[in-house]
Design a protein around this ligand. Structure first.
Ligand code: UDP
Length: 371
């Protein structure tokens, strides 16, 4: 229990409803954060797209929803693209509500990667915090994140050092990792007989599924793929690039079913083409005892301990990826679970988030006014 009980408004992503998978890793981050902070005695309200559902362990949170059209996700925009707002914007509806109700809260915590809430930060009477969910993907976003950092860097937190290093920050970055309800992931000491390799994530070019498929094909192994198909043309092209039967599409599954299937894999391949901010699926696989072979790039390179919980190989090197599978599968799977329990529990994550918010709410520190 925290010494101080906070009334917190958590504003979700303006891409997709909670439960749909369209918001990617932000959905599981939100769940861990909300359930973890409630368990520490805080009062949580979540503001999200109409149609959103909160899982049962967030049952003591209040859910407010607003209708509106999704934001185009920044990772699929040109780097020098302008900020866009569709007519009937969900983002505008969320922040109209947040601004109107701000007096009911001690702080607002934004989980969306959008220009508007970052820009609003110095102009609100209520403290507004941001857990940044992606690395650098757009110049205008880089600029507004730097501006918040210069105004009061305590308002920003990042998932990994590699992600934070993408941005020009006025001081040291606050790193909070991520947190999972590990009771929901069953440890499997052994993979299934004739275990496939696994891959999980949004099926979109920045996730590099083609490299995992090519490595599986080199090894003559099946690759089970879980995730939301964000780009059907891309999925078809990847399937056509490897022998028929290499990819086994498993669809987008809720966590309980995902972990049950994931746990049977010999190893998870994680092949991002971008500077992945964290890599939820890496932790989820390890929670089930599945070692991970990942590119030495972004968050996953901070999550995988080579020779202990998996292997790291040079980014974009498919042959090295394939070669590392055997050594990874030979590792003791209990190492994976133990590492995750030490670093990625929901309890530890909520403690890190609470410490960040309390420090940011304390009077000390720079408050130089908008620049
Ligand atoms: N996921 C899921 N069901 C699936 C496949 C993936 O719920 O069948 C979730 C997974 O639990 C993870 C998220 O999708 O939390 C993907 O997050 P990640 O951090 O790997 O990547 P992002 O989509 O945020 O770039």
């Amino acid at each position: 229990m925290s010494p101080q009980s906070l009334r917190l408004l958590v504003v979700s992503t303006a891409v997709g409803t909670l439960g749909s998978g369209r918001g990617g890793g932000v959905e599981i981050t939100l769940t861990g954060l909300v359930a973890g902070l409630i368990a520490r005695g805080h009062r949580l309200t979540v503001l999200a797209a109409e149609g959103s559902r909160l899982p049962p362990d967030c049952g003591r949170a209040t859910l407010w929803t607003r209708p509106g059209l999704d934001q185009p996700s920044w990772q699929h925009q040109p780097r020098d693209g302008a900020v866009q707002m569709p007519p009937g914007s969900l983002l505008a509806a969320l922040w109209e509500c947040a601004l109107r109700r701000q007096g009911d809260f001690d702080a607002i915590l934004n989980l969306g990667y959008d220009w508007l809430p970052f820009w609003l930060t110095p102009h609100l009477p209520i403290p507004l915090f941001h857990l940044v969910s992606m690395g650098s993907v757009a110049t205008v976003m880089d600029g507004v994140i730097t501006a918040v950092s210069r105004w009061d860097g305590r308002r920003l937190a990042f998932h990994s050092a590699a992600q934070a290093a993408d941005f020009e920050l006025a001081g040291a970055a606050r790193l909070v990792g991520n947190g999972f309800d590990l009771t929901g992931y069953r440890f499997r000491a052994h993979p299934d007989a004739e275990a496939p390799l696994g891959w999980a994530g949004r099926i979109a070019p920045e996730k590099g599924l083609e490299d995992a498929a090519a490595a599986a094909a080199l090894l003559g192994r099946r690759l089970a793929v879980w995730g939301l198909c964000a780009d059907p043309g891309y999925a078809a092209a990847v399937e056509a690039s490897v022998p028929a039967g290499t990819i086994v599409w498993r669809g987008f599954l809720p966590t309980a079913r995902l972990q049950a299937e994931l746990g049977g894999c010999g190893a998870l391949l994680n092949t991002p083409k971008w500077n992945e901010a964290f890599g939820n699926v890496v932790v989820e696989a390890m929670a089930c005892g599945v070692p991970v072979v990942a590119y030495r790039r972004g968050g996953p390179a901070e999550l995988v301990q080579p020779g202990v919980t998996g292997e790291l190989v040079a980014p974009d090197d498919v042959a090295a990826l394939a070669t590392a599978v055997g050594p990874a599968e030979a590792l003791d799977r209990s190492n994976c679970r133990q590492w995750v329990e030490r670093h990625c529990s929901r309890e530890a994550f909520a403690g890190r988030i609470e410490a960040w918010l309390l420090e940011g709410l304390s009077p000390a520190g720079p408050q130089t006014g908008p620049t």
